[in-house]
Write a protein that binds this ligand. Structure first.
Ligand code: Z5A
Length: 210
């Protein structure tokens, strides 16, 4: 059995963060030990990497440099926080993980990721991945609304066009097709409560065995 690393994936604004919060409330009510985390930017070093990655001023960043920064953030995060928590028997909920690199840098940027294999071999593989799926048009309108309401600017990746997010979505779909036992695809256009129940009904029966 793989260690209990549960990941949330999807294009921007799909509702991952909202649903991870709702799942956390349910786990708290059960008294189940768990940790929530996210990529990029969960560690002190990762927060610095995140700032470089998302700063819209860094338009000159090369795709291969972007890829290496996401991998650097992940390895620091894995060794500093995720692996120790798993070794203590905690469930780890992570908002984005390696599938995001495969979908964004592989699918979206079109990079050949074959040379990552030796690094990938060192990563912990998630036990279950919730891929919350919305279309890129819905993603754009949710992000515009959120950024307007909260007075936020687009980050560097949010400035990409719809074609980029369509390619990322295709990347996620291919990953989900390739590993149907790990991925659970959720329609992110549903009501918040309905999505929360779908995730809970999928995860709860698995918790006993973890
Ligand atoms: N990235 C990468 O390229 N490669 C990598 O390896 C990794 C990441 C790890 C990180 O951004 C960026 O890095 C991201 C991918 C890239 N691209 N960008 N840009 P981030 O960490 O700042 O944010 P994010 O991960 O993209 O998530 P987000 O934008 O915060 O969205 P979310 O977590 O999926 O959704 P949310 O915050 O829960 O909800 C977004 C809004 O939609 C909010 O106003 C909600 O109230 C609303 N919402 C949520 N669910 C619903 C439903 N069901 N109906 C209606 N409205 C809803």
């Amino acid at each position: 059995m793989r260690p209990p690393l549960i990941t949330f994936e999807g294009i921007d604004g799909s509702g991952k963060t909202t649903q991870m919060g709702r799942l956390s409330e349910r786990l708290k009510a059960l008294g189940r030990p768990f940790m929530t985390t996210r990529e990029p930017g969960a560690t002190d070093i990762g927060r610095q990497i995140r700032q470089i990655l998302l700063d819209p001023k860094n338009r000159a960043m090369r795709p291969d440099v972007e890829l290496l920064l996401y991998m650097a953030d992940r390895i620091q995060h894995l060794e500093e926080q995720i692996r120790p928590a798993l070794e203590k028997g905690q469930l780890v909920l992570c908002d984005r993980y390696h599938d995001a690199t495969l979908a964004y840098q592989g699918g979206g940027r079109g990079l050949d990721l074959g040379w990552l294999k030796p690094l990938e071999a060192k990563l912990v593989k998630p036990l279950r991945t919730y891929f919350i799926r919305i279309d890129p048009e819905e993603s754009r309108s949710r992000l515009d609304r959120r950024n307007r309401d909260q007075g936020m600017d687009n980050c560097r990746l949010e400035e990409e066009d719809l074609a980029f997010f369509r390619a990322v979505d295709r990347g996620y779909q291919q990953l989900a097709l390739a590993e149907p036992k790990r991925f659970c695809i959720i329609d992110g256009l549903g009501e918040l409560e309905a999505i929360e129940c779908l995730i809970w009904n999928d995860l709860e029966p698995r918790l006993e065995a973890l």
